[in-house]
Write a protein that binds this ligand. Structure first.
Ligand code: CTP
Ligand code: CA
Length: 225
């Protein structure tokens, strides 16, 4: 019933969302990754769809069903995620994925054998997908997430500025984030933009997604509809 009462305020808006972790191959059987269930990104995809958007969901490996009426593109690595995103960044881009910041420079062609007592991994910086999208000449309205273990608002505001975002949703992760974040169905967000901010208290990610879209809609120029 709630779905019927939602406003159709994203009618005709092309929304691209990244969700879940990425996997960076070490060898044919191993990878580096991040904690991320993908639940927040999938909730945003479902919420945007319910409000009339055309949604492309670029997802890393997650164990979630695809929301009805959404185009889902499955990827593994950050580089694959970047390529899929740039193929259609939309009018509104929401970077919700926990992208691995680094990848093994050259994955081993064969399984690494446990010969040595100690080995060293050399890692290369991955491209920043969100910053790349926000830097496009024809840029969509760019929304990021910030996962922080401390100084939530200060760190998130720095990311907003450094990546030239329109809005950022900051959430606490790690030990201080009990009962929310990774794998939980609940989260709390601090929504920040140039000149303002708004705290969204702990609630279901499905509801939080709508509250975040309310903030996006209020700040997104109507011309981008
Ligand atoms: N992000 C991205 N591509 C990357 C890294 C991050 O698109 N290679 C996006 C995330 O999806 C998120 C935002 O950038 O929307 C912030 O991610 P976060 O890990 O909090 O910040 P980083 O910029 O990676 O900085 P750091 O990890 O050092 O805090
Ligand atoms: Ca990061």
């Amino acid at each position: 019933l709630a779905g019927l009462l939602r406003p159709r305020d994203f009618d005709g808006v092309a929304v691209t969302i990244t969700a879940g972790p990425t996997r960076e191959a070490l060898d044919p059987v191993r990878f580096l990754s991040n904690h991320s269930s993908g639940k927040m990104g999938f909730a945003l995809a479902a919420a945007a769809r319910a409000r009339g958007a055309r949604v492309r969901l670029v997802a890393g490996p997650v164990a979630l069903d695809t929301p009805v009426g959404i185009e889902r593109i499955d990827v593994e690595s950050a580089e694959q995620m970047l390529e899929s995103v740039l193929a259609g960044p939309g009018d509104l881009f929401i970077g919700c994925a926990a992208v691995a910041d680094y990848r093994p420079g050259l994955p081993a062609a064969e399984k690494i054998k446990k010969q040595e007592a100690r080995i060293t991994l050399e890692l290369e910086r991955n491209p920043d997908i969100l910053a790349a999208v926000a830097g496009l000449a024809q840029r969509p309205f760019a929304v990021g997430f910030a996962a922080e273990t401390q100084d939530l608002v200060v760190n998130a505001r720095n990311k907003l500025r450094n990546k030239h975002l329109d809005l950022i949703a900051a959430n606490l992760v790690g030990e201080r984030a009990e009962g929310r974040g990774f794998n939980s169905d609940y989260n709390a967000l601090h929504v920040i933009w140039e000149g303002g901010d708004d705290a969204l208290p702990l609630m279901r990610k499905s509801e939080l997604a709508h509250r975040l879209l309310d903030r996006v809609r209020a700040r997104m120029p109507n011309g981008e509809k």
